[in-house]
Design a binder for this molecule. Structure first.
Ligand code: UD1
Ligand code: MG
Length: 454
């Protein structure tokens, strides 16, 4: 039996006050609807039918999935009408899972539980109990409490019904054949003049079908976003969960409320992470790593025992074992630090390798450079890798010593054990073991008198 998913995302999202369609606003760096798509793919969805109404171009540019059908709902006439737009893609023998596009935190485990309930019933409905159910569709049960008989929308509900705290989350699984029939029978003679998907529940009950419910572990899984206050609430809930994962995996977090993962973070044991760090893309951190406050780590790998000091930015880089980085270091794409290498404050690296034990401790730019083991790059050293048109390489041998404030004009090779005098502008290769000094000679004039005020 195929699992066909319908995601309702045609609402305009007016309260977001945004030119971006609501479902493209991100949670943890991923658009809400993409998050839902990832979750149902995890579940093994065969087809995903995305009902959309606004921002088609942006949506189609952002969301690209092989198993996705785009279903336009030109006019938003209600959730039942929305599901109807997907009927060309629904087969009678399918299990149809309906989801709302603006509740991004739904978990695959919860949906799997709902699938398990569907095995025992004709319709499986995800419900939740809320302290304040205002605005939501209420779940009506028979006297036994066992069987669900209807959903009544808040605006259509009596006072007695409004006292019910069990609500419809908007998530359900039905047989394709049943659903196709019931959708045809929907009417819009209700308080909102809409075709309610929720009316199919009473139809099911009247047809003698069994309707059973499952509940999510936490209500936040089914909470929807209508404005940016809701968005920030769900973002924090999501981030707190990421923080818990990191802590349970071996990281001590200075403050789980000041921790942001916008991708996939893997941590080893005995990692400490100070406040306000942001992890983006795929970040892997080994054992015994220390990360100072305000660091941004993006698609990078930090090996065992490395220390990343405050305010460092590391992008698409590899930091080897026991390396030290920062404070205020910037490792751009293609930076590689081999074991015990050290990069200090205000050092920028790009497409460069710092060999084992090599150091660039202060105020340096290394671009398109290869630095040998144990070389020392003095403060203020710049590899001049760009002539305005092309990029060229600098190669520095093992144990070389580059004096402070030197400009190495690429392409250029500095030999192993070579020394470059401070303040040099090096335009020619330097041999192994040689000393190169490329600066104006110091002169001294004796008997010089300082000017005096006229
Ligand atoms: C809906 C449910 C209600 C439930 C609540 C949970 C109905 C009639 N009511 O109410 O029982 O408690 O969700 O949040 O189903 N949408 C479309 N096209 C439309 C209308 C809506 O795609 O024509 C989409 C929206 O973009 C949204 C979802 O369907 O993602 C739910 O719509 P919304 O208007 O928020 O329904 P509620 O009134 O909240
Ligand atoms: Mg809603």
């Amino acid at each position: 039996m195929a699992l066909s998913v319908v995601i309702l995302a045609a609402g305009k999202g007016t309260r977001m006050q945004s030119s971006l369609p609501k479902v493209l606003h991100p949670i943890g760096g991923v658009p809400m609807v993409q998050r839902i798509i990832n979750t149902v793919n995890e579940l093994g969805a065969d087809a995903i039918n995305l009902v959309y109404g606004h921002g088609a171009e942006l949506l189609q540019k952002t969301i690209q999935e092989d198993n996705l059908n785009w279903c336009l709902q030109a006019e938003q006439l209600g959730t039942g009408h929305a599901v109807k737009q997907a009927t060309p893609f629904i087969q009678p023998e399918d299990d149809v899972l309906v989801l709302v596009g603006d509740a991004p935190l739904i978990k695959a485990e919860t949906l799997a539980q709902l699938q398990a309930v569907k095995q025992t019933a004709d319709v499986a409905l995800l419900t939740v109990n809320l302290d304040d159910p205002t605005g939501m569709g209420r779940i009506i049960r028979d006297a036994s409490g066992e069987n669900i008989t209807a959903i009544v929308e808040h605006k259509d509900a009596s006072d007695i019904q409004r006292a019910i705290q069990e609500i419809n989350t908007g998530v359900m699984i039905l047989n394709g054949g049943d659903l196709l029939g019931w959708l045809d029978g929907l009417e819009n003679n209700n308080a909102q003049g809409e075709f309610y998907l929720t009316d199919v529940i009473a139809m099911a009950a009247n047809a003698g079908k069994t309707i059973r419910s499952a509940q999510p572990a936490s209500a936040v899984e089914v909470e929807g976003v209508n404005n940016r206050v809701h968005l920030s609430k769900l973002e924090r809930a999501f981030q707190l969960e990421q923080a818990h994962h990191a802590m349970l995996a071996g990281a001590t977090l200075a403050d789980p409320a000041r921790f942001d993962v916008r991708g996939e973070l893997t941590v080893g044991n005995d990692v400490t992470i100070d406040v306000n760090c942001v992890f983006e893309g795929k970040v892997t951190i080994g054992n015994n790593v220390k990360i100072g406050p305000n660091c941004i780590l993006q698609n990078c790998q930090i090996s065992d025992g490395a220390v990343i000091e405050a305010n460092s930015i590391i992008q698409e880089a590899h930091v080897g074992e026991a390396c030290q980085v920062g404070p205020y270091a910037r490792l751009r794409p293609g930076s590689v630090l081999e074991t015990k290498a050290k990069v200090g404050n205000f050092v920028e690296m790009k497409k460069s390798t710092l060999g084992e034990g090599a150091k660039a401790n202060h105020l340096t730019y290394l671009g398109d450079a290869t630095v040998g083991a144990n070389a020392n790059i003095g403060a203020g050293t710049i590899t001049c890798n760009y002539d305005g048109v092309n990029k060229s390489a600098t190669v520095i041998g093992a144990n070389a010593f580059i004096g402070s404030n030197s400009a190495l004009v690429a392409p250029v090779n500095i030999g192993a054990m070579a020394t470059v005098g401070a303040g040099s502008v090096v335009t020619k290769d330097v041999d192994d073991d040689a000393l190169a000094i490329a600066r104006a000679k110091q002169r001294q004039m004796t008997g010089w008198e300082r000017p005096t005020k006229k």
